[in-house]
Unconditional design. Structure first.
Length: 132
């Protein structure tokens, strides 16, 4: 079985076993306006560097860590858990798969939205925040 099929199977089993509705009562219905803000992305970068770079690297490409697989945040077409701001928020807040830990107990929602803005900012141009 090739690696991509294995990862998709793990993703499916994670949702099946742990449920896709866990924590849904804490999920916002709409993304925060912060995800469209360049200044929020700038603030999010600081929180990203503190909380996320050890797995995803400072540039988001996740090439340095050989102990486990982290998502390349500059290539949303390779993400398994969705690419919308709400998907990214959910992945940060509640974790994603077996490797991505939840940050719901250590980061408030405003901080998570700022990290989402930064993640969007380091990806493809069409995803980047455009408002000041």
């Amino acid at each position: 079985m090739n690696r991509q099929i294995q990862l998709r199977l793990v993703s499916f089993l994670s949702v099946f076993v742990f449920g896709d509705i866990a924590g849904q009562e804490d999920m916002p219905a709409e993304p925060s306006a912060a995800v469209y803000s360049k200044s929020a992305a700038g603030r999010g970068k600081s929180f990203y560097l503190i909380n996320c770079q050890q797995c995803h690297d400072a540039d988001g490409r996740a090439l340095a860590n050989i102990d486990f697989i982290a998502a390349d945040l500059t290539a949303p077409d390779t993400w398994y858990y969705g690419t919308t701001p709400l998907h990214i928020f959910r992945s940060i807040k509640f974790g994603a798969g077996l490797e991505m830990p939840p940050f719901k107990d250590s980061l408030d929602d405003e901080t998570i939205w700022q990290i989402v803005a930064h993640v969007l900012n380091i990806g493809p141009a069409e995803f980047r925040p455009t408002k000041e």
